[in-house]
Design a protein around this ligand. Structure first.
Ligand code: PMP
Length: 297
């Protein structure tokens, strides 16, 4: 599904087929989850394939690597260059890119290592939760206290929490889970940030207990440009249940409208919501390539 026999993967400075990538069975990433990853999307534009906000993604990637003390020898520019090269070699226009920085053999519980391994894969991937509105539940699985775990980077091990929440939500017939932080505020879905609309104003949880998404930032930039007020404030389950509309924002889900939360329908039709307007704008921007062209409506 993610690759064919001739798909090329960037692996430690070379472009090779997936079966040529050798991962050490004692890699600390496999055993303990000490690795970092990113998720980027490339869009086919009139100027060829363009990766949306590639620099911001790789800056976050390097920051997360530093947090986990995993050495990374490449600059943001180089990582962006490898990514475009990968798309070209695989003749991909619209694609999802998945860089992963993983650890060598290390069975100890320290991050100390002289090198790490980098792979970047790319494949075609539709919107993660599909093109329809989604039905969500607030998971009993909370996100970890940021004092226990650095949650602002995409660190592999953190995602077992999200896998549990999503798997359990799916088993109950929902599309995905919303998660609360350790204080009981709804902060985001398992893989995307949350925006809630009430009385023509958008609300989104502040930084601190969320992964500060690049799509979230883009939504706030678009909203500013369109004169839509965005308030960063903690969101209680009650506030969400009683909201007019809500949507998820993330690279994999792009902008996905929410139909129901815990089987309670939100008030507005999606087509009448600010989220719908922003989703259209986001598509235009992403498929037009950077820099943003605000003249597009
Ligand atoms: N939260 C989590 C937990 C995520 O994994 C992602 C996807 N990276 C997001 C939010 C959205 O971030 P972005 O918009 O940068 O993709």
């Amino acid at each position: 599904m993610y690759y064919a026999s001739d798909t090329l993967i960037f692996s430690d400075g070379e472009f090779v087929t997936a079966d040529q990538v050798k991962i050490d069975p004692f890699s600390q990433t496999l055993h303990y989850g000490n690795g970092v990853f990113e998720g980027l999307r490339a869009y086919q534009t009139d100027h060829g394939s363009r990766i949306f906000k590639a620099h911001a993604h790789y800056e976050r990637f390097i920051q997360a690597a530093q947090t986990m003390q995993l050495p990374i020898d490449y600059s943001v520019e180089e990582l962006v260059g490898f990514s475009y090269d990968l798309l070209e070699r695989n003749q991909l226009g619209d694609a999802y890119l998945r860089p992963l920085l993983y650890a060598p053999a290390n069975m100890s519980l320290t991050s100390t290592t002289h090198h790490s391994h980098l792979m970047i894969g790319a494949f075609q991937w539709g919107k993660l939760l599909g093109d329809n509105l989604v039905h969500l539940t607030i998971s009993p699985r909370r996100k970890p206290d940021p004092l226990a775990f650095p949650i602002e980077g995409k660190i592999c091990g953190l995602y077992v929490n999200n896998i549990l929440a999503t798997t359990e939500a799916r088993a109950q017939g929902f599309n995905d889970a919303l998660m609360m932080d350790h204080e009981g505020y709804v902060v985001q879905s398992a893989g995307a940030n949350l925006f809630v609309e009430k009385d023509e104003v958008l609300y989104t949880p502040p930084r601190g207990n969320i992964l500060p998404g690049i799509t979230r930032e883009t939504v706030m930039e678009m909203a500013r440009e369109m004169g839509i007020r965005v308030v960063k404030q903690p969101i209680t389950p009650e506030f969400l249940y009683e909201s007019d509309a809500a949507f998820l924002a993330g690279t994999a889900v792009e902008i996905t409208g929410i139909a129901t939360v815990d089987r309670k329908p939100l008030t507005y039709h999606w087509e009448d919501s600010l989220g719908h307007l922003l989703a259209r704008k986001y598509r235009q921007i992403a498929t037009h390539g950077e820099p943003f062209k605000w003249t597009l409506i």
